[in-house]
Design a binder for this molecule. Structure first.
Ligand SMILES: [Zn+2]
Length: 451
């Protein structure tokens, strides 16, 4: 059976890579609706070519949801993917242009090649390969490929509400997935939620001469003081009530995560962390925090004069972009309310809040056939014991898809520690890509009968 698959992948290697480059050449960033439409159409066509029935679910003013379905049998696996990508800027940091996919040293470089176009495509190519080698799939695989994941999946719930049966299934295959620095497949069973907000300060009708700094209020200082109330230097978020809804890990859950392999030295090397991890966290704390702790992160701050040279000015306006990653059972709407109350009670009622994204966290159970099947498929293919993580540090719209039926969900992917998702020179290793296809073919096979 694997000989048949080997042959099929050999024969179709070049075409599969060409397809990957074609999809990654489409600049499907949130700000480019025409490119989003092209990417959606491309996915629909590719699903059809793999033998799926495919259609698009649409709403006015939202990228469409591409749906594809193949196979039959007792179980339905919902494959939750996305065709949009993070902005490629700053372009000058890319060795080759982000939308001219380049193959160098066995790697493919392009915006979105890891997150999530490589993963979504290999899951479709795995359907094609399975059907070509073994015949019809022994499970039903349903692809839900959305176009707004990188900006908070704001319309996914409404899109799914148009066809509620789309979330009827038995387990979910989440986007992404990675191999760690020791070559171990990492399977994650959920993701954090998010509340993304802009905080804006305006103190003057217009910028002023800095000679007036004795009495004219500076918007940058105003904002910095407000930001300073949000979190202490140990990483503790100071907003009253923020931790009330956090479901604390049981001692067993905490011990399980603390015991998982974690290559602290490799992380320190990649990011050149000469001063160690943030908040003075020790190596044993890092892993537990990454699964169970919510965050308050400044994504960017902007105000005043930031060009080369000098200009003595009091900025009238300042803003910061903040993301809070949330853990079960935190709710972004409630966090927004707590933040407003916090700012007001600290005397910052003039700081404006503009919400950008809100998503619920979701952690599925570990004790489920889809997790066991993915673990077996990963271990057989990558030849190492898998690391099963209760949650990734990132956000995927799994609550929207899985909550109704409390579905378990799992990643089974091929990213590597240097993949650079969301960063310049994003890349995947082709060796991992082929293994990713093999592992996915195996998952489709195993999930039909896995206890
Ligand atoms: Zn993604």
């Amino acid at each position: 059976m694997t000989a048949g698959l080997d042959r099929y992948l050999d024969e179709n290697r070049d075409r599969f890579v060409t397809e990957l480059r074609e999809l990654c050449a489409i600049p499907s960033e949130a700000a480019d609706p025409a490119a989003l439409t092209r990417a959606a159409d491309w996915c629909e066509q590719r699903l059809r070519a793999a033998g799926c029935a495919a259609h698009q679910v649409t709403l006015p003013d939202a990228p469409t949801l591409v749906v594809g379905e193949a196979g039959g049998g007792k179980r339905t696996l919902i494959s939750v993917q996305h065709y949009d990508v993070q902005p490629a800027v700053p372009l000058e940091l890319w060795k080759t242009p982000p939308y001219e996919p380049a193959v160098r040293d066995g790697a493919v470089f392009a915006r979105g090649v890891d997150d999530n176009k490589g993963h979504l495509l290999l899951r479709i190519q795995a359907v094609e390969a399975y059907r070509a080698v073994h015949g019809e799939l022994p499970i039903r695989v349903r692809f839900l490929i959305e176009g707004e994941e990188e900006s908070g999946s704001m319309n996914l719930e409404r899109l799914l509400a148009k066809e509620p049966a789309l979330t009827d299934g038995d387990g979910a295959l989440k986007e992404g997935g990675a191999i760690d620095s020791a070559g171990r497949p990492v399977l994650s069973l959920g993701g954090k939620g998010i509340y993304y907000v802009e905080l804006r300060a305006r103190t003057l009708a217009r910028d002023a001469h800095s000679g007036g700094a004795t009495h004219l209020p500076n918007a940058a200082w105003r904002l910095v003081h407000a930001l300073g109330t949000l979190m202490d230097e140990r990483g503790r978020i100071m907003i009253e009530g923020f931790y009330d809804d956090v479901r604390r890990p049981t001692p067993e859950e905490r011990a399980y995560v603390a015991a998982l392999p974690f290559d602290a030295a490799e992380t320190k090397r990649i990011f050149q962390l000469e001063r160690g991890f943030a908040f003075g966290r020790g190596e044993d704390e890092v892993r537990v925090a990454s699964v169970y702790e919510p965050t308050c992160n400044i994504c960017g701050i902007n105000s005043g004069f930031v060009e080369p040279g000098t200009k003595t000015v009091i900025p009238a306006y300042a803003y910061a972009k903040i993301d809070f990653r949330l853990v079960p059972e935190q709710d972004p709407t409630r966090v927004a309310g707590l933040l407003r109350t916090h700012l007001d009670s600290c005397g910052f009622d003039d700081i404006e809040m503009v919400a950008k994204e809100g998503e619920m966290p979701y952690r599925g159970r570990i004790d489920d056939p889809v997790v066991r099947a993915a673990k077996r498929a990963a271990e057989e293919t990558f030849g190492k014991e898998a690391v099963v993580l209760p949650s990734s540090g990132g956000t995927s719209p799994m609550w929207v898809v899985c909550f109704k039926r409390r579905l378990a969900n799992v990643t089974l992917g091929m990213g590597h520690p240097g993949s650079g998702a969301h960063a310049p020179n994003e890349n995947i290793l082709l060796d991992n890509y082929w293994k990713g296809i093999r592992a996915t073919v195996r998952l489709y096979e195993l999930y039909a009968t896995q206890d």
